[in-house]
Design a protein around this ligand. Structure first.
Ligand code: 4NP
Length: 151
């Protein structure tokens, strides 16, 4: 079993999409995919309605997800931790206990040969931001899935 965790700030916009998209690309008998937020604002809440909508338009249901906060024990529970932006990266790295923990943490956009390092936070923008985020995450997750499946 390979275990992958997607992390953003609120765990309601970007990382729930990343979780749903990556799950759709991997066989569930061999992979666990989950998500969490570094913040505690939305614990227990559903994904943002705009994330639910863009996922649904792409035949992915994320309404089973509930927000939770990233915790240090996630370093033990997961093999790969993908963060959405450099702020998430710093927050997660600050909780790492050692170099093994640190080695698990990667910016998700580093999976692509792109000059863009951050998945923009769409929370305070309009619906269009969610379309852009979905497309970025779909490309990054395609690369993650193909890399994991070829290992
Ligand atoms: P996310 O977006 O990190 O992609 O889930 C956010 C959601 C909520 C807030 C910030 C970012 N917030 O400040 O409540």
């Amino acid at each position: 079993m390979t275990r992958i965790l997607m992390v953003c700030l609120g765990n309601i916009c970007r990382s729930p999409l990343a979780e749903g998209i990556l799950k759709s690309k991997l066989p569930e008998q061999s992979f666990v995919v989950d998500s969490a937020g570094t913040g505690d604002y939305h614990i227990g809440g559903l994904p943002d309605h705009r994330s639910i909508a863009i996922a649904r338009q792409n035949n992915i249901d994320i309404t089973n997800q509930r927000a939770r906060q990233f915790s240090r024990s996630d370093f033990d529970a997961f093999d790969h931790i993908y963060v959405m932006d450099q702020s998430n990266f710093q927050n997660v790295i600050n909780l790492a206990r050692d170099t093994v923990d640190k080695s698990k943490v990667k910016l998700i956009m580093d999976m692509l040969d792109s000059a863009i390092s951050d998945v923009p936070d769409p929370y305070f923008g309009g619906e269009n931001g969610f379309v852009t985020v979905f497309e970025m995450l779909d490309q990054a997750c395609e690369k993650i899935a193909s890399t994991l499946l070829n290992d």
